[in-house]
Write a protein that binds this ligand. Structure first.
Ligand code: PHE
Length: 339
């Protein structure tokens, strides 16, 4: 191919490349080196000038010179486009509406615990907290679980060593309160508890409890029943009925488990209450005199009641949640439903 023809081809090709160029710093620089670089196309054309026949030189000179001008103009245009891009990157439109930052909201179990706490606070209960890492003494010994007592097997325990464990219930807060306050004592103790159980849809190794404790002179079982009745009616609805079933806890005597009429089917029987019409919601009883004495409270003068309930289960029943693991997975799609 003659050099003249080559020059014309390059000129046409440049226009095509320019039309298809995706303008970035790199692509413009690459193109510039290709045409205007030291070893670029334009210089190679100029170098060929000497080898041309004299009659070709005029036309060739015109083509290459106008090509050179065109290249210079087009690269200036490209440079301008690039600096415009730079500017628009930093451009901030102050008239745009703002973006709302995502705000957090309370976990459904925390919501349940607050609602329950509020009802008891209005009945005169103070809120108390205790450590999640406990000693055997507070979790068991002082609650009338003697060493090697089979009742310890009721609660599969995570032991850290022989003496230190993750609390299996909120009842150690009863002991800590009895040792630090004088009767009358009326407290509610919400918190996290831990049990060494296989994780499944129905049980988890981490869950929550809300403990209640009332100690004064002449506290009776009927006061316990009334308090729980008022609570259940306020929380679950005024039609709810309570049923006390005899039970056993080492730290209460007598002890009971409390069922409420199913608030889904009003006691008629449905899938949630497994056709029984009843839902178990808590354990309770009169504080065992041994427990009072172990914490230095005169069991001749004082008596008291205690109860413990599970807000995880209550939240599951309330919202029809069938898998307890959902509470602990932090899945935003699940949690956002409780905004
Ligand atoms: N601590 C008991 C449990 O975890 C519940 C309970 C609390 C029972 C207070 C009676 C009184 O099973």
């Amino acid at each position: 191919m003659s050099l003249l023809l080559e020059a014309k081809n390059y000129r046409d090709n440049f226009r095509k490349e320019l039309a298809n160029l995706n303008i970035t710093k790199n692509s413009v620089e690459e193109l510039r080196i290709k045409y205007l670089g030291k070893k670029g196309i334009l210089n190679r054309l100029f170098q060929g000038f000497g080898s041309l026949q004299p009659e070709e030189r005029k036309e060739f000179g015109q083509i290459v010179n106008s090509f050179k001008n065109d290249l210079n103009v087009q690269f200036e245009v490209l440079q301008n486009k690039l600096s415009e891009q730079e500017v628009s990157k930093d451009f901030f439109d102050y008239s745009l509406p703002g973006k709302k930052p995502e705000t957090g909201y309370m976990h459904p179990i925390s919501q349940t615990m607050r609602e329950i706490s509020k009802i008891f606070r209005e009945m005169g209960f103070d809120i108390e907290y205790g450590p999640e890492v406990e000693t055997d003494y507070y979790n068991f010994q002082a609650l009338n679980f003697p060493d090697n007592h089979p009742a310890r097997d009721m609660q599969d325990t995570f032991f850290i060593n022989n003496d230190i464990l993750l609390r299996t219930h909120t009842s150690p807060i009863q002991v800590r309160t009895m040792q630090s306050q004088k009767p009358p004592i009326r407290i509610l103790a919400p918190g996290r508890v831990f049990r060494n159980e296989a994780i499944s849809a129905r049980s988890h190794c981490i869950f929550h409890q809300i403990e209640g404790l009332y100690i004064d002179e002449n506290v009776t079982f009927s006061e316990l029943k009334t308090t729980l009745d008022i609570f259940a009616k306020r929380y679950f609805g005024s039609k709810v009925k309570l049923r006390f079933r005899p039970s056993y806890f080492p730290f209460t005597e007598p002890s009971a488990e409390v069922d409420i009429t199913c608030f889904i089917c009003n006691g008629k029987g449905c899938n949630v209450c497994k056709k029984t019409g009843w839902l178990e919601i808590l354990g309770c009883g009169m504080v065992d005199p041994n427990v009072l004495e172990a914490s230095g409270i005169d069991s001749e003068k004082y008596s008291g009641y205690a109860f413990g309930m599970g807000p995880d289960r209550i939240t599951m029943l309330k919202y029809g949640i069938t898998d307890i693991r959902m509470f602990f997975e932090g899945d935003i799609r699940f949690l956002q439903q409780f905004k």
